[in-house]
Design a protein around this ligand. Structure first.
Ligand SMILES: [Zn+2]
Ligand SMILES: [Zn+2]
Length: 405
C-alpha cells in the first residue's frame, strides 16, 4: 500500500518543501494538509488553537477517523519551517526567501498523510479513533500549548495514547529509532543583564566592571552541571551570546548574556534554574555591585514545557511490533537528545502515555561514504525523501495498528 502511495506522497513532500511557512504563519501549509486529510475521508477542522497574543490566528489542524469503539490514538505532525536561507540546490528547494523546512516538518506532514491513507484503507484491521493533529509553531514551542488552550481534548477527544515521529539526521533513511524514558530535554531560555558601574578603562578602581563580572558568571554557570548535578543525571547550560561595551578603553554599564539550559528530570530542572539565579546574583554581590544595579534575569516565555518523556509502557513493546513489521535491522534503540520539543505537552504531565519515535533521514550511501548529513536546522539539511517517508509511514502505521488492534 505504501509503495502505491509513494509517488503522490513524494509530490506532496516536494510541494511542502518548496513552500515553507514560518512558525505561526502556516496558513497555506495547514490548508493543504487539511484538504488532503479531508479527501481521505477524515472529519477535519482547521484553525484549531489559540495563542495568548490577541488578534493572532492559530493554524492547527485536527482530523478524526472514528471506526467503532476502542481507544483514541493521537498522531501529531508539526508544520512550521525555520528562518533559514536554503543552500541545498535541490530542484525542489524552498522558493520562499529566507525560509526553509530545515527540521523536516515537511517529512512529518507527508508521513501523517501517508499514515492517514493506509489507516483509512485498513479499517477492517483496527477499532477505535484516529486523531491526527497538524501542529503549528513547534519551533517556537507554542503550538501545542495553543491547541490545548483551545480545548483540543474537550472539543474532539481525549486521547488514550499520543504518538509522533521526528526525522533524525544521523540514522539511515527509513530506520526507526526509539528511546524509552526521557528522549528530549526541557529547554529554558534566559537573558541576563549584568549591570556594573561604567568608567575609564584606566581607572577600574572607580568602576564595577560588568565585562569581568559577566566572564566570571559564564564560568560560574558551568559549575552547576559539573558540581551540583548528580553524575547520574544530566543537564547542559550554554551561554551562546555575550555582548557589551563599545570601545577598548571604556568600562561599560552592562553586558547582555543569552543562555539556554536543557534538562530532563523536573527536579534537575528546578535545581538548575535556582542555581543560575543564585550564581548570577551572588557573583554580582561578591563583585561589589550595588543592590540597585543587581543583575536582571529574564526567563523567556514559551519554554518547552516538561521534557518529553516516552511512557515506559509504550516504546519497548511497540518496538517488538515495529521489528515484526519493518524487520529487525530497521529498528534501533537510540540515546536521548538534548534538543527540545513541545510534543510532551500532549501527554498532560504523564496522564496520557506519549511516545515520540525517530525516523532516519540519511541516504545510506552518504553514511557509507563517511559524509554524514548536516544536522537538523542546517541550511544544507536534505533528507533522502523516498526511504525516509516510506520508513516513517511504515513505523507510524505499525505503531497505530498495534495500539488499536
Ligand atoms: Zn526544529
Ligand atoms: Zn523539528
Amino acid at each position: 500500500m505504501i509503495d502505491q502511495e509513494l509517488p503522490s506522497l513524494l509530490q506532496t513532500y516536494r510541494a511542502f518543501h518548496e513552500a515553507p511557512e514560518l512558525s505561526t504563519k502556516e496558513e497555506k501549509t495547514s490548508a493543504t494538509l487539511a484538504a488532503q486529510l479531508r479527501a481521505l475521508g477524515y472529519k477535519v477542522e482547521e484553525r484549531v488553537g489559540r495563542y495568548e497574543e490577541p488578534g493572532t490566528t492559530c493554524y492547527g489542524v485536527v482530523a478524526m477517523l472514528k471506526n467503532g469503539d476502542g481507544p483514541v490514538v493521537l498522531v501529531r505532525a508539526d508544520m512550521d519551517a525555520l528562518p533559514i536561507e536554503e543552500e541545498t540546490s535541490l530542484p525542489y528547494a524552498s522558493r520562499a526567501h529566507g525560509v526553509m523546512h530545515a527540521c523536516g516538518h515537511d517529512v512529518h506532514m507527508t508521513t501523517l498523510i501517508g499514515t492517514a491513507s493506509v489507516l483509512a484503507r485498513t479499517k477492517d484491521r483496527w477499532r477505535g479513533t484516529v486523531m491526527l493533529v497538524g501542529q503549528p509553531a513547534e519551533e517556537m514551542t507554542k503550538g501545542a500549548a495553543a491547541m490545548l488552550r483551545d480545548r483540543l481534548y474537550e472539543r474532539f477527544a481525549r486521547p488514550d495514547y499520543a504518538i509522533a515521529m521526528h526525522d533524525n539526521a544521523s540514522l539511515p533513511a527509513g530506520v526507526v529509532g526509539y528511546c524509552p524514558g526521557y528522549f528530549m530535554a526541557a529547554a529554558d531560555a534566559m537573558n541576563i543583564r549584568v549591570r556594573g558601574v561604567s568608567g575609564h578603562g584606566a581607572a577600574p578602581h572607580t568602576t564595577k566592571d560588568p565585562v569581568v563580572l559577566a566572564s566570571q558568571i559564564v564560568i560560574g554557570l558551568q559549575t552547576i552541571v559539573s558540581r551540583e548535578i548528580s553524575p547520574i543525571d544530566s543537564a547542559v547550560i550554554t551561554v551562546g551570546s555575550i555582548h557589551g561595551g563599545t570601545k577598548r578603553n571604556i568600562i561599560p554599564d552592562e553586558v547582555q548574556l543569552q543562555m539556554t539550559a536543557r534538562t530532563y528530570k523536573p527536579k534537575v530542572r528546578e535545581r538548575v534554574l535556582a542555581s543560575i539565579e543564585r550564581i548570577v546574583r551572588g557573583m554580582a554581590a561578591a563583585a561589589g555591585v550595588p543592590a540597585a544595579r543587581a543583575p536582571g534575569i529574564a526567563h523567556l516565555k514559551d519554554p518547552s514545557g516538561p521534557a518529553p518523556d516516552n511512557d515506559p509502557a509504550l516504546p519497548e513493546p511497540r518496538a517488538a511490533a515495529l521489528e515484526r513489521e519493518l524487520g529487525k535491522e530497521q529498528v534501533v534503540k537510540i540515546d536521548p537528545l538534548a534538543v527540545s520539543e513541545d510534543f510532551g505537552l500532549f501527554g498532560l504531565d504523564r496522564a496520557i502515555p506519549a511516545c515520540m519515535l525517530n525516523v532516519g533521514a540519511v541516504d545510506p550511501a552518504r553514511i557509507a561514504a563517511g559524509t554524514p548529513l548536516p544536522s537538523l536546522h542546517s541550511s544544507k539539511f536534505a533528507p533522502e525523501p523516498e526511504a525516509t517517508i516510506r520508513g516513517g509511514v511504515e513505523g507510524m502505521v505499525a505503531c497505530v495498528l498495534e495500539l488499536l488492534r
